[in-house]
Ligand binder design. Structure first.
Ligand SMILES: *Cc1c(COP(=O)(O)O)cnc(C)c1O
Length: 426
């Protein structure tokens, strides 16, 4: 163990990590473009975009310049009673990409807080209107973050079992699998008909943490239509799907029926700074106006609208305004489709799915959960050996690279995956 990893072991508590059994963490000393370099000089392709956040590659000069310039201009200031140019620029540009009903931007620090704020807006919207509706509809397998509100509308299970008695009750519709859509819509309609539902929260088109599970925009349109017919506010949690992942800037761009609230984080700052946005409709915002302070959204974070994070988010948008970015996004989509076809020829994988820059499939195991985690570690280590950082979710392997990946780098990932699959079935 190196000195750094020894000190890490002594004092650092990592996310989603059982430290009793966890191996030594990979010591990364440099990140540049698509590559991460470890302390021994070995390079790894960042195939999952550093936990799905990186958009344009590491150490992008345009992002670096934005950080430098902003630090010299305003580093950080209070955002209650004060404003600053980069927060306003980000708000204006963000709503410029949104459907016209979404016009008001609230700033926070991460995806979970963006979700908490969206849910608080929904609850208080109905409260301010004198209606006591508080219930949320969510989807089986959903992930909306690790804070209490977000966990209360997420998939219940071993990730959050100790806290479950403290969650508020939510209702869950099944995940659409191509055969059950009609019955899900019936289920949703009969729940909505109770009149108790304040909102519906959903990961549009792709459930990330559940294993990059995908469903159609047509289904989401039907579900959203039902929600609106029953006066249920819709939150699209675009924390993972936002910023090009699905092949368009936002997943909702594939849909005809638009939500009332959007949450954004991960790709928002090119994967460089901690920032979250909750974008709300005028209708929601207006319900918080009045002479009484108590009608306002009395919520805020120390680092609300941090100017450096806002400047980086604006620089991220600059890069999305370059034609080359969309050309690469399209190429990744094409490579994914070709690779999906190739994978379909193999007997050892199933449920191959693709949406834009995300490709996912399952390794057939036919065994219990422990075997899943075995496969996960075997695959993870195999990819590392080949110079690829790719973290499977159980037996789900998925690729969602930064948008600067070149064809030969993508092919390297393909080759490594194919090697693993064919060796694994010997
Ligand atoms: C990652 C994620 C979150 C939580 O975001 P954090 O920044 O990790 O708190 C919420 N919703 C979705 C869909 C996510 O993928």
């Amino acid at each position: 163990m190196s000195e750094l990893t020894q000190k890490d072991k002594a004092h650092v508590w990592h996310p989603f990590t059982q430290h009793h059994t966890a191996g030594t963490p990979l010591e990364i000393v440099k990140a540049k473009g698509i590559y991460l370099t470890d302390s021994e000089g070995k390079e790894y392709i960042d195939a999952n975009s550093s936990w799905w956040v990186n958009t344009h590659g590491h150490a992008h000069p345009h992002i670096g310049e934005a950080i430098n310039n902003q630090f010299k201009t305003i580093d950080h200031i209070v955002f209650a009673g004060v404003t600053h140019p980069k927060a306003v620029e980000l708000a204006v540009r963000t709503v410029g990409y949104m459907p016209e009903n979404l016009t008001k931007v609230f700033f926070s620090d991460n995806g979970s807080t963006a979700v908490e704020i969206a849910m608080k807006m929904v609850i208080q919207y109905w409260h301010n209107k004198g209606e006591g509706k508080q219930r949320f509809l969510a989807m089986q397998g959903s992930y909306h973050g690790d804070t209490f509100g977000a966990m209360s509308v997420g998939q219940r299970g071993y990730f959050n079992a100790p806290f479950e008695p403290l969650f508020f009750d939510s209702d869950y519709i099944d995940f659409p699998n191509g055969n059950n859509e009609d019955s899900i819509l019936e289920q949703a309609e009969s729940l909505f008909a109770s009149g108790e539902f304040a909102g519906m929260i959903i990961e549009p088109l792709v459930q990330g943490a559940a294993g990059m599970r995908m469903y159609s925009p047509q289904f989401l349109d039907q579900l959203s239509t039902l929600a609106h017919q029953h006066n249920v506010l819709i939150i699209f949690d675009e924390v993972m799907t936002g910023y090009g992942r699905t092949g368009k800037l936002f997943a909702m761009d594939h849909c005809s029926v638009k939500p009332d609230l959007i949450t954004l984080s991960k790709g928002l700052t090119a994967g460089v700074m901690a920032l979250g946005l909750t974008v709300a409709s005028d209708e929601i915002y207006n319900a918080f106006l009045g002479d009484e302070t108590t009608k306002a959204l009395l919520h805020g974070h120390s680092f609300t609208a941090n100017p450096i994070a806002c400047a980086v988010a604006c620089a991220n948008l600059d890069l999305f305004e370059r034609k080359e970015t969309w050309e690469t996004i399209e190429s990744i989509g094409n490579w994914n489709a070709e690779f999906a076809f190739e994978l379909g020829e193999l007997g050892c994988v199933e449920n191959i799915r693709q949406q834009g820059t995300i490709l996912a499939f399952e390794i057939k195991t036919g065994e219990g959960n422990t075997y899943f985690s075995d496969i996960k570690m075997q695959a993870y280590n195999h990819f590392l050996k080949d110079g690829i950082l790719l973290r499977p979710l159980g037996n789900v392997i998925f690729v969602n690279p930064p948008y600067c990946i070149a064809k030969d780098e993508y092919q390297k990932i393909e080759t490594s995956i194919l090697d693993f699959l064919t060796q694994g079935t010997k």
